[in-house]
Design a protein around this ligand. Sequence first.
Ligand code: GLC
Length: 727
Amino acid sequence: MRRSFVVAILILIAGMKGAEAQPLQKSLDAKIDSILSLLTLEEKVAMCHAQSKFSTPGVPRLGIPEIWMSDGPHGVRGEINWDNWGYAGWTNDSITAFPALTCLAATFNPELSFQYGVSVGEEARYRNKDVLLGPGVNIYRTPLNGRNFEYMGEDPHLASVLVVPYIKGVQLNGVAACVKHYVLNNQELWRDHINVEVSDRALYEIYLPAFKAAVEEGGVWSVMGAYNQFRGQHCCHNELLLNKILKTDWDFDGVVITDWGGAHDTREAALYGLDMEMGTGTDGLTTSTENAYDYYYLARPFLKMIKSGEIEEAVVDDKVRRILRLMFRTNMNPNRPMGRMNNKEHLKVARTVAGEGIVLLKNEGRFFPIGPNREITIAVIGENATRAMTVGGGSSELKARNEISPLEGLQARFQHARIIYSMGYASGPPQYGRVVPSALDADSLRSAAVAAAARADVVLFFGGLNKNHHQDCEGGDRQDFGLPFGQDELLEQLIQANDNLGVILISGNAVEMPWVDRVKGLMQAWYLGSEAGNALADVISGDVNPSGKLPFSFPVRLEDNAAHHYGKLSYPGDSVNQYYQEGIFVGYRWHDIREIRPLFAFGHGLSYTTFELSGAKTNKQSYTAGEAILVSCQVANTGDADGAEVVQVYAGKPDSKVERPVKELKGFRKVQVEKGGRRSVEISIDVEGLAFYDESIAGWNLEKGTYIIYIGNASDNIFQQLEIVIQ
Ligand code: GLC
């Protein structure tokens, strides 16, 4: 794969050569200004809002093209109708479905994130999309959030490191990434209006960093405003978030696009940082069939306010400059590559990300791997062994050209085994926005599954959630922390029938696991895309040694989670306001400071081999601002299989003058080590990364004094602590 992938990259870069040699910024701006001077006011205003569900108008008389956008973060969505949310029924829009971004995050592998971005960007380019509406990097605050599966977990450093290469990979194709949803869209319930109240410290330390990295390091060309409000202003037109932080502090030169229907006021949209309005309905609904686009907030009302002098024409000029800059980077860039899709390289990237993202949570008595040549009977039980998971979930759903189910993957790989399948439970047909129960009889499903388990040598239970309404889907949150559709009861009966049982959870969220002590093997498998079954068979058979690490904590019970500890006003709010009372103590930060043991910790993930970390040290003992702390250690593979380990470096300051988490992730490195081998790892941490956001100075404060550097392979598995001093 690597050779053809490298070839693909070279083609991309060659194609971009001209783009890189593009005139310097100032002559590009001169070009933009010269075009601007040719546009009428009506044409300029028209470019600032939709002409259809997923496009904005160009200027036909000047040959300026339309801008076409598409969801989503995991692949290019099927073509949508011009004027409503229905699918257009095209026959040329089946694509590669890549794993959900939680899976990508679980790989802890920036290089793989780049390959993911290049691949999904190539498919977007080939589908003639100028903007790909992803990646999403909203922080995982509650396990009930319906869209956590689309995001990169609970830790701002992990999300910041992985979002950058994804964006660079996408944009190498001359397609704009659109990092979303900026910001504080951490739940689906009341998402379109809930007003989030959170401290500046938590905003800057937890919720903004991944967006800041996307802009300042990833060079993202567009940002999508979130639906919710922050401190009483909608995020899609928010003075502080857009004009101050994004466009001034971070010097963002791209386009701010609403979430679909996220605009609510012409004057605010004009003056508080919005550049492009999508998905609005005239009367505030997001239906569009009857609503003419001229009634958009940034359409006639905006034109009227400029003509009356209430708003200066310079306001629309700035928006159009940004839009033209995005066009010169995309559909007006004569050198951009041609893209490609549904090729074996993309399938290989999808399979590699899936295989590296699967997390082995428990492996009692080396239940996994299961030898693929053993002549045994394997009972594969659970609806999730056969259910299509590239559909559903909301706007990130995909029309995959193919999707290998877990059952199909196992059948293909375990040629010598007798595989018996039993559904065990049924959740009902995929249905957005409402739950349609299954017509199948639960008792007969369950008894058939128990009988199958009793006949087998090994039982593999595929359960979890399924991207249906309330089950990891946009537009609604989960309604409880446990597994749905009677899975817990079924599991108890299966264990009774045959305790040689492993569970593979397919979900984008943590779930309650009352049976966890009674199962031998346990894997967290994500929504894995087109190659799901092959990747699962790779890991279950041992062809691939699992190396995934959890990108978010699994609490034992819901109330162990910070957002839920503080009750209704914290989550989900009172339908008007919501208060992030836990502040910076999200995820493992909460578990550590409150000494609440998680079921499985952030950064946890087992391997089929064993690793020994040793000899941790820093390059010196004391540092000053501007320096880098080099943390090194040895990783020995002490087991009997090649594998990969993720060395994680956390930092804390026990004697800080402010309350701080015990430790915070500041660096990580995934390293391949052959069995019996040893590798040395070095991880660099910027001293500035140890600063806290000081509300008293509205800025970052690098405290001097002693810090603890924690080195380990999980947030709850630290093998050595070192002391350093910041002078
Ligand atoms: C949706 C989602 C957003 C998506 C957009 C277009 O409401 O919130 O992520 O990109 O609308 O489908």
